[in-house]
Unconditional design. Sequence first.
Length: 276
Amino acid sequence: MKKKLTVKDLFELKGRKKLVEILVKNVEEATAAEKIGFEMLATGSPGKYTNPDNHPNFKELVAIRNAAPSAFMHYCPTDTHYSNADEAIRLSFKALEYGFDMIYCARSIKIINSLYKEGIPVQGHVGLVPHKRTWTGGYVAVGKNAEDAMKVYEKCIELQDAGVVAIEMECVPYKIAEAITKKVKPIVISMGSGPGCDVEYLFGCDILLTTKGHVPRHAKSYRNFQKEFERLQKEREAAFQEFYNDVKSGAFPESKHIIEIKESELEKFLNKLEKK
């Protein structure tokens, strides 16, 4: 098993080695990523829970963490997981206790800095931040003119000063992303922001096409699992239909599916039953 990266390693590798990261949503995806050797992974799930112990899916998240022990893995809670710095700190320490290496946080600079002051590795987010998209015009690229590009850079500096280890840069023109990556100290993770950042990042669900609907322009699907899921659903329905029909027609159960008893023992039982 290869050595898992540390925060110190990430800073030392900046500008020297391109890293690759995907977001995994189950143990199977994490196991596959571990086998391939992805340096970084992300995982997380939605839910209104401030304490991981009360999160119905947190055991699954821990299983995902354990399935890829050599990957530097960050946990991505949604905004509904915490409402203030104290809750964010509590959640983050619990995640670190369970083996996660970094916490994604797209909340206020105050909360991010509070995590940093507690020694918690944090990843921020700039560019198209989905839950803040109304401020940047919706699901569109951010930083396509000099003024907006400068705002992206200034946000990166703000995050840098708050103490983040990494910055996810989503849907920013690639030449802008490359220029900013060279100017800032945190490692920059490209989500649709071109090849000039420190880390290239995609969602596993987009790579595998496991969900229906729109695939982001910046994503590339290498397989079509949705088509396979649809095929399996048809096979599932066909098998259930055959079982239903067999029961109705008397074709199931067959002799090989039932338990026999000696005729002499059966006769004794029936005689005793008759007397009841």
